[in-house]
Design a protein around this ligand. Structure first.
Ligand code: PLP
Length: 436
């Protein structure tokens, strides 16, 4: 048998140098500030997947060409089994025979970020540390990423996790979760917004003097180690639907930094039976404006009820443009819609009354787009991607639905622990001082 050709990776900003995937995963960001992408997206035949396989099996088959020839290739099935220990069920919704919800909130921190964070941790655990000293993983979070990364690396030897989150702009339960780990995890509540946190992390990563004293890495959604595994559940759900019905499945993805939706689009490019992909955004309208024909104009984020999507400068946009270099075609291929807070509230209330279904505010943005499609007479199969459990946002959801939301056991265990976070000014120097 011939060995598959190794797939190499380069920055979105240059064609070289190229690196193997384990190096791209270890580094996070490319040295020129761009995002790592493969030389070309591989293709895969949908019949290559085991029809009785688990989500972890689908992930291992799907990701194999991405790891071809790499040091981690042989361990990929073990990495997937270690990361994907919980399901991503595609559940039928009562509202319409072809309406479904892809539930991505059954992991340890009740949001989809668990898939990527656990996969990244399973990879890093197997890579030799270039440096014997402990590695500090910096993570800027708008609410859910920080807890997922902390849970994935909690008590990992020789790893320290430092979380930066915008003080007062995450839900009370998200804040509790971020500060409940202790041990090798520190939570810093930054007097600023998510974009400040992201800028401070980037500045620290690019600070060579700081890096010389303290080896740093990042676990933000720009890391391929988080992006690639997110293709798996879109693929698994679409394959299941396609085997049963012979048609592709369409997706509506709540979108902030564009990581989850891009993973869905990449899975479609590989050849998975995925039909249309629609982006549901909150009032942060950078992407909806672009897809409506305006120039791409990143801006400051504004605070909304769907706080994990409060992003004004979606970092994976650079990868989207790399994937679809022809702008006219890209605009024909994708639609993005902005959903304001009042509509989020109304969607949550309406579904709780009509169908006794409870959604988190992020999922509600996508649900609203589906409601509009159905109102226009669309009968196609659509999966709304449910990105977080509503119990994480009880302060928004419970007053709207008029009853308590049942808390999943993993979240309940975290809420029972103590919690603490240190205040930090929103300046690059403040973070530098805190790290040293
Ligand atoms: C992170 C997050 C999103 C946005 O996902 P992106 O990959 O950043 O587009 C949506 N919903 C929830 C609950 C999230 O945590």
């Amino acid at each position: 048998m011939s060995r598959p050709r190794p797939l190499r990776y380069h920055s979105t900003r240059s064609l070289g140098p190229t690196v193997p995937i384990s190096q791209a995963i270890a580094a996070g960001l490319a040295p020129d500030g761009g995002l790592y992408v493969p030389e070309a997206l591989p293709t895969i035949d949908p019949t290559a997947f085991d029809p009785h396989g688990t989500l972890a099996d689908t992930a291992a088959t799907l990701l194999a060409p991405f790891f071809a020839g790499d040091a981690l290739a042989d361990q990929l099935p073990a990495i997937c089994a270690e990361a994907f220990t919980f399901d991503a069920p595609l559940r039928a919704l009562p509202a319409h025979p072809h309406s479904m919800m892809l539930e991505l909130f059954h992991g340890p921190t009740s949001a989809f970020k668990d898939f990527g964070a656990r996969f990244l941790a399973a990879c890093l655990r197997r890579l030799p540390h270039a440096d014997a000293r402990s590695l500090t993983i910096l993570v800027a979070t708008s609410g859910d990423t920080g807890a997922a990364v902390a849970a994935a690396f909690h008590r990992e030897p020789n790893v320290r996790v430092v979380i930066l989150y915008p003080d007062g702009l995450v839900s009370p339960r998200q804040a509790h979760q971020l500060g409940c780990f202790g041990d090798n995890v520190s939570a810093l509540r930054v007097a600023g917004r998510f974009d400040d946190c992201q800028r401070m992390v980037k500045a620290a990563l690019n600070d060579t003097a700081l890096q010389a004293q303290l080896p740093l890495s990042s676990a933000n959604s720009i890391s391929l180690g988080r992006l690639l595994p997110q293709m798996s559940y879109h693929a698994h759900a679409a394959l299941g639907w396609w085997r049963a019905h012979g048609t592709p499945l369409n997706f509506i993805v709540p979108t902030g930094n564009l990581g989850n939706a891009l993973a869905c689009l990449w899975a479609r490019e590989l050849g998975l039976p995925i039909g249309e992909v629609r982006l549901a955004c909150n009032a942060n309208a950078t992407l909806p404006d672009y897809f409506a024909g305006a120039d791409y104009a990143p801006r400051e984020a504004i605070a909304t009820l769907a706080n994990a999507m409060d992003v004004g400068a979606p970092s994976n946009f650079e990868r989207l443009r790399w994937t679809f270099p022809d702008e006219t075609r890209l605009r024909q291929l994708l639609q993005a819609r902005s959903v304001d807070d009042a509509t989020i509230r109304r969607t949550i209330t309406d579904h709780a009354q009509g169908h006794r279904e409870v959604f988190c505010p992020h999922t509600a943005t996508a649900m609203h787009l589906l409601d509009r499609l159905r109102a226009d007479g669309d009968d196609a199969p659509w999966a709304v991607v449910a990105t977080a459990h509503p119990a994480k946002f009880e302060s928004v959801v419970e007053p709207l639905v008029g009853h308590p939301v049942k808390v999943p056991p993993a979240l309940a265990a975290m809420l029972a622990r103590g919690t603490s976070a240190e205040p930090l000014a929103a300046s690059d120097a403040a973070l530098r001082d805190r790290l040293l």
